[in-house]
Design a protein around this ligand. Sequence first.
Ligand code: SF4
Length: 371
Amino acid sequence: MKVTFPHLGNAYIAIEALLRGLGHEPIAPPPTTRHTLELGSLHSPGELCLPFKIVLGNMLEGLELGADSVLMIGGWGPCRLGYYGEIQRILLEALGKRVEFITLEVPRGSYATYFQRFRKLAAARSAKALLHGARLSWAKLTALEGLEELALKARPREQISGAASRYLQEQLARLREAETVHEVQQIVEEAEVGFRAIMGPERAHLLRVGLLGEIYTVVESFANLGVEERLGELGVEVVRTISLREWVENHIFRKALGLYSLRPLRRLASGYLSGFIGGHGLESVARSVALARQNLDGIVHILPLSCMPEIVARGILPRLSKDEQIPILSLVVDEHMGESGFQTRLEAFVDLLQRRVDALGKQRSACLSGN
Ligand code: SF4
């Protein structure tokens, strides 16, 4: 099968390796652009959230490149992700697209259906080929997140503006071409040295800001208007709280085996939120508490307009910000979001954090000198 799939950050690198391992031809959609969003919005019900529209746009662009099948992830719980795949399948059908639509989701009761779907995907391949594809894909997913982490550290310390982002793109392109796990490991080792060379001397107090919110908008740079790059360029080190690798481990493997528990998140969020509200709502609250206790300078919370779980979290964050004494900026993104307004809000937030850190520093020195 010629399989296309929606973008989710740089995950396409790992998905391509997985699909090849399963014996299919991956058709990655072109990088997400304004055109992708317009295409998706044109064919989506207006009230659906931003990720739905971009994802549908990706699918349509992938089908234009010759794909005959679509791979999508599903979910269940109070969030709308659970019925995304089904609506998208119906919309594609209504547009006259004859496609095989495969939705991967955590099984609910019927493991037989789950394995049927997997068998459909696993084409006629030897166990050895399947294993190689799975290992390579996992190694690539781990590596690409490792490279992104290195870039987050390098950006606010870079000596030449934009060097870390350019270097990251070069390494991701190499990673995409890698054919063995050994090659993948080599790329990461070389990149550790490469990123170090980009950085200048350590600054006295570099601002550190945690990034959290709805998973798609945190990970997909088109949807978040490149928030990580923008903060990095403003001299801020971004601490990510969402990892796709962790998501796959928890929501695909551990949940299927009954080993995933929300208890640690509930414990952190206690006093603010006790139940699961779908999406990453509980995580956003719990991780805000965790970040405040790690002495970060601030938190950026990003969410799509009309995302129910994150709207609940957003209602809680002002109190949490006061209790834990950490500034939190909630940024709502939608298809009408303008870049200049977004940039101004980030700059104002960074400015506020810097003034707060300077004031705290002065207070501390005054205490030490006994004044
Ligand atoms: S978490 Fe929010 S944005 Fe994401 S699918 Fe659910 S409702 Fe939509």
